[in-house]
Every structure is written in structure tokens, then in C-alpha cells.
Design a protein around this ligand. Structure first.
Ligand code: GLN
Length: 497
């Protein structure tokens, strides 16, 4: 494991920064160089002067004797968090040149901690999608195979971490957007309980589902990043009023006696054999580490797809009504009257996937269909959460696949939205129930593409989830494997050692 010991690990960066072996400015410059040399299209906006100004400030704090945490550590923000300075586009033409007058709560918190922003990462437009092909700025290439998708919607963040362009990255997860790209790019990604991370300044997709999320190589690093992101925020009415937590506090707990629920519904017909083999091996590893595998039933799993694809578009259609050519961003150059201006602006500003969802959402909320679709979907959502409550009466975590297959090729499924929606089956339930869930690298499937294993925890039990992932990572090295795009040159962290 030595070969990759320092590959982007926060511990290595911390030591190098705290001992003065490297300055925050040098470190930031190394990552900026790697970003500039990369052809993965992982970033939408990079502003080296802004990055270096933050690094200078971090160096001044280090010089004053401050240590620890994320001080001086470079990270990338998904371009769904608004930032002063860097553009905030949500990967949409609608916001192509938009610069926010304020920082999102997450950005603010991480900046206060002394983290250094490397830039904004590519994603699906308004986080709608699971392949990163729905970005106005083009798809992100998978560092393991340029022809393949990175997954989405947080594909830029996942590719950046996997390729060593950033040691840490923020993401969001509405129905799987941190877990699925983490799985497909071979990194760790955690979505906390709904309400943990403030949505203030997170460009809204589906407000009852959107949740800030953390990505890094390891669960340990995710625990640190998540700890800095999470916390009560009165500006977000759904923010959970809970004391700040150290999500690392259970990392070293042994897995003896852990009860891992294995839902039969996660291993049905749609699961590719290569992914199944990796997840089975992952479960066997957990068993070897002392966990007990317990069969559980989540009978409403399949219903998560129709429920989510009614609720999420409904909320999206409402949230995106603010993009009217008046308040933010794009406005059509030519129009006959006000109504025509709205129509042209939205026709030009939104891409096809966003339009599809606005249409679905408007339809399911319209008079006569509201009861038939929207209310029914809300009832299903409750039943799905009930399934999980019942399962958690007898297990501590639930384990299974993240995505039914490894990353497919860019363009391969672009004309088949339903097929894309169906592949969200394993990630949607935790989002609908508001439960914490993560993806950790567990092996490789077809064509050598990475496969993640999903762990779902009880409400507010992130520390336990991260504990299980950390113990798994102490016993395996999947999370340390480097893709060709990163291995060509040792990551900055390794060189910093
Ligand atoms: N793939 C899901 C969708 O298309 C989830 C996206 C997300 O979590 N932002 O909506």
C-alpha cells in the first residue's frame, strides 16, 4: 500500500503543511498545474489568482501558528454552490456568466476553516442527471477510461478527486449524485442525513431531497470534510438543529457484532453480474471483519423510481421558475413582448434534460393530476421511509450496490432517459427517506471500470457509516488504486511528502 500512501490523503497533506515542508501556496499551485494539464473537463471555472490569494491567507495563518483541520488544504466545489469570484453556473447556459454576490453556506464554512478553493467542478445541468452528459459545458471524462461517463451529477468532483486534481471536493446528492459518480470513478462519497448540511446558496433542484455531500479518496477524509461542511444554519429552514459533530469519532471502532442488512431487492434481475460479484466480495469482506450479514426486506424499492421521478421534477419545475430572464442570468436577445421574452429565454437557457423535467413537474402538479401523481408519490415516499425504519430495527447499516452497472460510454444512453432513470434504483430510496448513505470503492467490473459499494445508515448515524467504510478501507486498498490519468504523474500530495 506504500506505493500510494500519500495519494491525496489529507493526513499526508496535513503533515506536510503543519511541518512547513510545503506551503499552502506551493500546494495550490501544484494542483492548479495538474488541473491545467488535465483534459477530463472536470472543471467549469478556475481562477488561479483567487485560489492563490486564499492560499496566501492560509500561509499567514500557518505562520501565526494555527494548525490542523483543513487549513491550507486545497479543495474543489461542485458548481452548484454559489461562490463570490468564481462563476456559479449550475452547468447551465442560463447561468453561464453568473457571478454570485455571496458565498453558499458550505463555501463560507470551508473558507473560514482555511481550505483553499481550486475552482468549480462540472456537473449535470442543475444537478439533473446521472452521467454528467447534461452539462452545457460538455461531459466529464472518466479518469479510468476517457470514453466512459464519469457518472453524475457530481461527475466533475468525482473525476477531479480520482485523477488527483483535488484531494477533496464538495458535491450534492438529490437522488444519488454523490454516490453514483463516486462509485464510477473509484472514490468515496458520502451524503449525510437530510438537514445536516445547509442548502443556503446551493442552487436548488428538488429542495426536499437536495443535500450537500463530501467526496475524497477515503472515508476518513470524507469524515473531516463533512464535519467542516455540516452544521445548523438558520438561513435554511430545513437545517437540522443539532450540535456540531466529529464524524471521525467512531472510525476506529471494530466491526465485531455489526449487523449489516442485505436487502434481496437490491440484488434482483437488473444488477449486472460484474457489479454483483464485486458487491458480494465486499459483503464477504465485512463478514470477515466481524460483521453479521442479515437478510432484510425493502419491498418498496422499485417504487422509489416513480416516486422520485414525480417529486423531484415537481420541485424542480417550481424552483426553476425563478429563471425568467429578469432576475438572473441569461435573457433572450430578441423578443416581441414579456411572455415571448420568458419563453425564448427559457427555451435558449435550459438544456433538454432540464426542459423534460420542468414539463413533467408542471404536468404532475397541474389541476386534476396533482392527486393522481404528486400526492400518490408523497404517500409512496412515506412508505419507503417506513420500510427503512422497519429494517433498522434489526440491523445497523444496510449494504448493497450503488449503480446496476459500471460506467457506460459517453453518448451510449443519451437518447434513453428512462433507462438512465432506472439506473438510479439503488440510490433513490435513501434520498427519499432522507437517510445518510455512502459509496466506497469495492473493486472493478467490466472493462476495468470501478465499482462502489453502498452503505445506508440510520438517520444522523453518519459516524457509524464512516466507521464501517473506514474499517473496510483499512482492510482493502481499492480506494488507493489510481487511474491511468492520475498515475501518469504522482499526485501533488505524494510529491509533497
Ligand atoms: N440521477 C438522479 C437524477 O437524475 C439524481 C441526481 C442528483 O442526485 N442530483 O435526478
Amino acid at each position: 500500500m506504500d506505493r500510494v500512501a500519500g495519494a491525496g490523503s489529507l493526513r499526508a497533506l496535513r503533515e506536510a503543511l503543519d511541518s512547513g515542508e510545503i506551503t499552502a501556496q506551493t500546494l495550490a499551485r501544484r494542483y492548479l498545474d495538474r488541473i491545467a494539464a488535465s483534459d477530463l473537463n472536470a472543471f467549469i471555472d478556475v481562477q488561479p489568482e483567487l485560489t492563490l490569494a486564499q492560499a496566501r491567507e492560509a500561509d499567514a495563518r500557518l505562520a501565526r501558528g494555527e494548525r490542523g483541520g483543513l487549513l491550507g488544504v486545497p479543495l474543489a466545489h461542485k458548481d452548484i454552490y454559489v461562490t463570490r469570484g468564481w462563476r456559479s453556473t449550475a452547468a447551465s447556459r442560463m447561468l453561464e456568466n453568473y457571478v454570485s454576490p455571496f458565498d453558499a453556506a458550505v463555501v463560507e464554512r470551508l473558507a473560514a476553516a482555511g481550505a483553499v478553493c481550486l475552482g468549480k467542478t462540472n456537473c449535470d445541468e442543475f444537478a439533473m442527471g446521472g452521467s454528467n452528459e447534461h452539462s452545457y459545458f460538455g461531459p466529464v471524462h472518466n479518469p479510468w477510461d476517457r470514453a466512459a461517463i464519469s457518472g453524475g451529477s457530481s461527475g466533475g468532483s468525482a473525476a477531479a478527486v480520482a485523477a488527483g486534481l483535488a484531494p477533496l471536493a464538495t458535491a450534492t446528492d438529490t437522488g444519488g449524485s454523490v454516490r453514483q459518480p463516486a462509485s464510477m470513478c473509484g472514490v468515496t462519497g458520502v451524503k449525510p442525513t437530510y438537514g445536516r448540511v445547509s442548502r443556503h446558496g446551493m442552487i436548488a433542484f428538488a429542495s426536499s431531497l437536495d443535500q450537500g455531500a463530501a467526496m475524497a479518496r477515503s472515508a476518513e477524509d470524507c469524515a473531516v470534510l463533512l464535519g467542516a461542511m455540516a452544521g445548523f444554519d438558520a438561513r435554511d429552514s430545513t437545517s437540522a438543529e443539532r450540535p456540531d459533530e466529529d464524524f471521525r469519532r467512531e472510525l476506529e471502532r471494530p466491526l465485531e457484532g455489526l449487523r449489516v442488512g442485505v436487502p434481496a431487492e437490491f440484488f434482483g434481475d437488473g444488477l449486472s453480474p460484474d457489479v454483483r460479484a464485486v458487491v458480494d466480495a465486499g459483503l464477504a469482506k465485512l463478514h470477515e471483519l466481524g460483521a453479521r450479514l442479515v437478510e432484510v426486506s425493502l419491498p418498496r424499492t422499485e417504487l422509489a423510481i416513480p416516486a422520485y421521478y414525480v417529486i423531484a421534477p415537481a420541485e424542480a419545475s417550481s424552483n426553476l421558475s425563478r429563471f425568467d430572464g429578469v432576475r438572473y442570468g441569461h435573457r433572450a436577445a430578441q423578443y416581441a413582448d414579456l411572455e415571448d421574452m420568458y419563453m425564448r429565454t427559457r427555451a435558449e437557457g435550459f438544456g433538454p434534460e432540464v426542459k423534460r423535467r420542468v414539463l413533467i413537474g408542471t404536468y404532475v402538479l397541474s389541476h386534476g393530476y396533482y392527486d393522481a401523481y404528486y400526492l400518490q408519490a408523497q404517500k409512496l415516499r412515506r412508505l419507503i421511509a417506513d420500510d427503512y425504519s422497519a429494517a433498522f430495527a434489526s440491523v445497523d447499516v444496510i449494504a448493497g450496490p450503488v449503480s446496476p452497472s459500471v460506467a457506460w460510454n459517453i453518448g451510449e444512453r443519451i437518447d434513453d432517459p428512462v433507462r438512465n432513470y432506472l439506473s438510479d434504483i439503488y440510490t433513490l430510496p435513501a434520498s427519499l427517506a432522507g437517510l445518510p448513505a455512502l459509496s466506497m470503492p469495492a473493486g472493478f467490473g467490466e472493462r476495468g471500470h470501478p465499482v462502489g459499494m453502498q452503505l445506508i445508515g440510520r438517520w444522523f448515524d453518519e459516524a457509524r457509516l464512516l466507521n464501517v467504510a473506514h474499517q473496510f478501507q483499512q482492510a482493502t486498498d481499492w480506494h488507493l488504486r489510481l487511474p491511468p490519468a492520475a498515475a501518469s504523474e504522482e499526485p501533488a500530495a505524494a510529491r509533497a511528502q
